[in-house]
Design a protein around this ligand. Structure first.
Ligand code: FE2
Length: 291
């Protein structure tokens, strides 16, 4: 990557705004390779093995279990509009997925190679990470016409640690535009922000609902948000506490992206109430990059 630089003004801009675009973080070839690898995974996948919409009373529970046990697997999540009342896909499988999660970054060699890079390590060192790890990754499709809205949120709602130190990395594998659902940010909303809203495991093990939301999210008004369209290959670095969202894809073009989150593990405690619990330790960035 020729244009890599995360010092001085750029670092300050990230600290000020809570997000930063780095153009050309992935080459067009890397973007295409990841898209092809993802397409190959879908070729080999049988939708019947990953159908989490069932016409039974317990389907919500089954959906939750499929999600909750996906931390160390490559799993497939469908767009709500892509299934009919019986849970059957109403379009080809390649056009029906919302996302793949949550362990592409350590189970798939192509994604692993594109994740644990010297450039990532350099950014994390500038952000004072001592022992960063990657708890999750996602490939998000934002399919033409049906790719759903992601409402205003902060990422720390979903991945809590004490103290909280979470940074998201989001790479456009094709152009993200105003029409196909680019990200929108509320610049500066991370500063002095508290995590007041959390998605947690239900302490009542017998309850039907295994996940709960606790607290309240104080979403800023629409006028505080700015759209951030980016070119293919651009990386957006995202503070865990900055408010962001994306609109529904109303265009005929998809908006494929690859994203992962980095958390500090040095003198830090991962919340046992997080949906995502490590079966084996989360992969450490500096160790993997040095291999
Ligand atoms: Fe997010």
């Amino acid at each position: 990557m020729d244009t890599f630089d995360f010092t001085g003004d750029r670092l300050n801009k990230f600290l000020e705004d809570g997000y930063l675009v780095i153009e050309g973080f992935y080459s067009p070839e890397t973007c295409d390779r990841l898209r092809q690898e993802c397409s190959r995974l879908i070729d080999d996948m049988n939708p019947a093995d990953h159908r989490t919409v069932f016409s039974t009373q317990d389907h919500e529970q089954m959906k939750e279990d499929y999600f909750l046990t996906s931390g160390d697997k490559i799993r497939y999540f469908w767009e709500a509009e892509a299934t009919d009342d019986n849970g059957e896909l109403n379009r080809p499988k390649h056009k029906a997925l919302n996302k793949i999660g949550h362990a592409l970054h350590f189970l798939n060699p192509e994604f692993e190679k594109a994740t644990f890079t010297p450039e990532l390590e350099a950014i994390l060192r500038k952000l004072q990470f001592k022992k960063p790890a990657i708890p999750q990754s996602m490939y998000i499709f934002k399919q033409p016409r049906i790719g759903g809205t992601v409402t205003k949120h902060i990422d720390a709602t979903f991945l809590e640690s004490t103290p909280s130190k979470l940074t998201g990395f989001w790479v456009a594998l094709e152009d993200a535009t105003l029409e196909n659902g680019c990200l929108h940010f509320a610049p500066g909303s991370h500063r002095d922000a508290e995590v007041t809203y959390r998605m947690v495991r239900n302490p009542d093990k017998n309850a039907k609902q295994t996940l709960l939301f606790e607290g309240e999210f104080h979403a800023l008004g629409d006028e505080k948000f700015v759209p951030v369209p980016v070119k293919k290959g651009s990386m957006i670095i995202i503070d865990g506490k900055v408010q962001h969202m994306s609109a529904k894809n109303v265009s005929d073009k998809s908006r494929h992206i690859y994203t992962f989150h980095v958390t500090e593990t040095h003198e830090s405690e991962w919340s046992q109430r997080n949906w995502l619990q490590p079966h084996t330790p989360f992969p450490l960035v500096y160790e993997r990059t040095a291999r």
